[in-house]
Unconditional design. Structure first.
Length: 259
C-alpha cells in the first residue's frame, strides 16, 4: 500500500498544479482544507441517512419493487456502504433481469467492494448494451488493472469508433498510455474545451484515477481534490451528480490515513 504523503511534491505535482490553475482551479492540489465545506458534507450525509431510512420503511411495504432497491442502493453507495449497495442492486436485478445490462452502478459498487472481476464483467455487459460511452470503458479498465495488471488491462480496453463527449476520447488515450497527464491537461486548454466546467470535472476526476493506477498518489490527490471541489459537480443533476458522489468517495478513500 502506498504510504501517506510525507515528502515534497514531485515535479509532476507542481506541473499539474500549474495546469489546474491555468484552467481556472485556484487552489487545487495538496490543499490542507477539504475540497468542499465539512458542514456541507455533514448535512449531505445526514440527508442520505434520512432517505435510506424512508426507503427501509417503503421496502417493508413493497418488498418486490425494484425501483426502491435501486434508490436505497444509491444511498448505501453514497454513504460508503458498498456491500449493502451491491446487495440492493443485485436484488433489483433478480426481481427484473432486464435491468442487468444497463446497470453500470452495480459495476461501480463491485469495484468499491474489491470484486474486480465482477465489476469488469458488469461494464462489459453495459458495453454490449451501449457501445458509445467511453466512461464505461474507463471503468472496465480500472476494474481490470488489479486482476490483470496494467499492460494486460490496457491491451484489453474496449474499442470505440464513435465520438461521445468531451473529454472522454482524450481520457481514453491517456488511460491507454498514449499521452501524459500534463499533455492531456494542456491539450484541453489549447483546444478551448477546458473552459467548460463539466469537461474540467471529468478531466480532473479521471486523470486523477489514472495517476492513482500508476502509483502516483500525490498527483492523484491533487487532481481528485480539484474534481471534488468543482462547484459544477456539487450542483449537477442526473448522471454527473452521481459521478461527483463517486469522485468524492474516491478522494476520501485515497486521502484517508493508512494504518
Amino acid at each position: 500500500m502506498t504510504p501517506p504523503l510525507r515528502r515534497a511534491p514531485s515535479v509532476l505535482v507542481s506541473l499539474v498544479v500549474c495546469l489546474l490553475c491555468a484552467v481556472g482551479v485556484t487552489r487545487p492540489a495538496l490543499a490542507a482544507e477539504p475540497p468542499f465545506p465539512a458542514a456541507e458534507r455533514t448535512t449531505m450525509l445526514a440527508e442520505f441517512r434520512t432517505q435510506r431510512a424512508a426507503l427501509h420503511r417503503a421496502l417493508a411495504d413493497s418488498p418486490r419493487d425494484p425501483s426502491l432497491y435501486s434508490r436505497r442502493g444509491d444511498r448505501h453507495l453514497f454513504l460508503g456502504e458498498f456491500a449493502a449497495a451491491v446487495a440492493d442492486f443485485e436484488t433489483m436485478i433478480a426481481l427484473d433481469p432486464a435491468l442487468d445490462a444497463p446497470h453500470w452502478r452495480l459495476g461501480i459498487a463491485y469495484y468499491f467492494t474489491g470484486q474486480f472481476a465482477q465489476s469488469a464483467r458488469q461494464f462489459e455487459k453495459y458495453h454490449a448494451h451501449e457501445n458509445r460511452d467511453r466512461e464505461n470503458g474507463l471503468w472496465k479498465f480500472l476494474a481490470d488493472v488489479p486482476t490483470l495488471g496494467l499492460t494486460r488491462a490496457r491491451a484489453g480496453m474496449l474499442v470505440y469508433t464513435r465520438f461521445d463527449r468531451e473529454p472522454f476520447p482524450a481520457l481514453y488515450a491517456l488511460f491507454a498510455g498514449r499521452q501524459t497527464t500534463a499533455d492531456f491537461l494542456a491539450d484541453l486548454k489549447t483546444r478551448g474545451v477546458a473552459a467548460d466546467p463539466a469537461v474540467r470535472f471529468f478531466a480532473h476526476y479521471y486523470a486523477g484515477l489514472n495517476e492513482a493506477v500508476l502509483g502516483r498518489r500525490p498527483e492523484a490527490l491533487a487532481l481528485l481534490h480539484a474534481a471534488v471541489a468543482s462547484p459544477w459537480g456539487r450542483t449537477a443533476e442526473g448522471g454527473p451528480a452521481y459521478m461527483w458522489q463517486v469522485a468524492r468517495l474516491h478522494y476520501e478513500t485515497l486521502s484517508a490515513p493508512t494504518p
